[in-house]
Design a binder for this molecule. Structure first.
Ligand code: SAM
Length: 479
């Protein structure tokens, strides 16, 4: 029985409810009146408290996903763009993944780190190697990382992950610092989530991979990850452990995208219903080629157009949830979807264990092929040339703006007085410490122009003062 408030995965991600939703969506995909009503409901509205968006539930959003009318599609794209601009402005937050270990006891059939892969070199960073990787990342200009590890209680126990987090936060090379560590490790216990929270992590990210239980069991035939319910209920345990920024994701290509889309939104609705706060982010990875993985054997791959439609509809359905696009996607695809609602992208990523210290991109321990192989400076420059502000901001969780406090910042429109100046100040740090003269010139002009878009005069004046101080060598200002 479908129940978003239940703590049992089979009830908050109900297979029957998803099938009913898909049938309802199919039946109504040409129902113009209903579609216009749904689009109307999702439009941003100005209220006394600021601009608010109602979002959409999984049924409404699934109707839009099923609709193939090009005119409606254009309306969806325009609306996604409008919502993105209302909440996230033209800021794009930057991050990089850091692979700690590829030891893994699971059998995920799409991942080259699966336990049966005997020829991939297994590697786990020592604390000295973590230090070297972090210095390499700091020297590029990164301030925010997502740490990644396979599941292996012997080789990668929670103590190892905690030690790495401690090492990462402790390194201050030149003007560099990693100010936010997000964590993408396997589902674990409330107690271990509490330890991660105490270690000062930002978001806990765990991809569901697929919401289709039967497929999930086949795609994860062995290892602890085989337990679908334990995996699907992980975010509830994370929240019980005090982590209130959690990141969802589906690995597109494994199952039918319409099924996954409904499941993803039901998961978001469940978190909101039980914990009063939805997911902080949603990631939309697609399967990529990897060591012994051929993505074409998975029959549910989606085209770039469907991918863009999914991104736009996520933006419309959950307007307060950040959306992440990784370097699995090419520059071209990223260009297309950023404007539809993406708020975070990775740059200069290496998906191998210890890859950042190498001159040449190593491929031996890579988790998957990286499509966008540009340097961080190239990505920063490209964003600025395309009218975006690359942001290295990490202020929110450091100022205690997590969970529903972040959501209310979004909802009452104060984001423009907070995230916008923070983006400009962290971009300034990047330009001063890591950019070449041309990028710096483009960035300085952008900062000057964007200062005018800080609504409150007092905030604008403080931001100008901080920018001057950054020029004098002081770092880490934030609102
Ligand atoms: N082991 C952890 C877990 O079980 O969630 C950490 C996650 S893993 C390092 C990061 C993510 O990469 C996985 O959740 C999966 O969605 C994705 N991934 C695995 N193989 C992939 C592939 N061949 N192409 C693209 N993404 C892949």
């Amino acid at each position: 029985m479908y129940n978003p408030k239940s703590l049992c995965a089979d009830e908050f991600i109900s297979h029957e409810e998803i099938l009913d939703t898909l049938e309802y969506a199919e039946k109504n995909k040409n129902n113009r009146e209903l579609i216009q009503e749904i689009l109307e409901k999702a439009k941003p509205r100005k209220t006394a408290e600021g601009t608010v968006c109602a979002g959409l539930n999984h049924r409404e959003a699934s109707v839009l996903l099923a609709c193939e009318d090009p005119e409606v599609l254009k309306q969806m794209y325009d609306l996604a763009e409008e919502i993105k601009l209302a909440y996230y402005g033209n800021r794009i937050v930057m991050f990089a993944p850091l692979y700690l270990s590829n030891y893994c006891i699971n059998g995920c059939v799409y991942c080259p780190y699966h336990a049966k892969n005997k020829h991939i070199p297994r590697k786990k960073l020592t604390q000295e190697e973590v230090r070297r990787e972090v210095i390499a990342l700091q020297d590029m200009g990164h301030k925010r990382l997502a740490i990644e590890a396979g599941e292996d209680p012997k080789n990668n126990p929670i103590e190892y992950i905690l030690e790495c987090i401690k090492t990462i936060y402790s390194i201050k090379h030149k003007n560099g610092a990693i100010r936010r560590v997000n964590v993408n490790i396997a589902a674990t216990t409330v107690e271990e989530y509490r330890m991660l929270k105490e270690a000062g992590i930002g978001t806990y990210i765990l991809f569901q991979e697929t919401y289709h239980k039967e497929s999930y069991l086949q795609l994860h035939p062995t290892g602890p990850k085989h337990d679908y319910n334990y995996h699907t209920e992980a975010m509830d345990r994370a929240m019980e452990g005090g982590i209130d920024d959690v990141g969802l994701g589906v690995l597109f290509g494994l199952e039918l995208y319409k099924y996954e889309f409904a499941g993803l939104l039901m998961h978001a609705e469940h978190l909101e219903a039980v914990h009063g706060v939805g997911p902080h982010t949603i990631s939309v990875p697609r399967i990529k080629r990897a060591d012994d993985i051929d993505p074409t054997v998975f029959d549910n791959g989606i085209s770039d157009d469907i991918f863009a439609k999914i991104c736009a509809l996520i933006r419309i359905a959950v307007p307060y949830t950040g959306m992440i696009i990784s370097t699995r996607e090419s520059q071209e695809v990223r260009e297309k979807v950023i404007r539809l609602g993406v708020s975070q992208i990775s740059g200069a990523s290496r998906t191998s264990v210890g890859g950042y210290c190498e001159e040449e991109r190593p491929t031996d321990t890579e988790q998957f092929d990286v499509s966008d192989q540009r340097t961080l400076e190239e990505v920063v420059r490209w964003l600025m040339d395309s009218g975006y502000i690359p942001s290295f901001c990490t202020a929110c969780y450091r100022e205690g703006r997590t969970g529903d406090r972040f959501m209310s910042l979004c909802k009452n429109g104060q984001i423009q007085n907070c995230c916008h100046p923070n983006a400009l100040m962290t971009l300034k740090e990047y330009l001063m410490d890591y950019a070449g003269p041309e990028t710096r010139a483009v960035g300085e002009a952008l900062i000057q122009a964007e200062l005018n878009n800080i609504p409150k005069e007092r905030v604008r004046e403080i931001a100008k003062d901080h920018l001057q101080k950054i020029e004098q060598g002081i770092r880490d200002f934030r609102f």
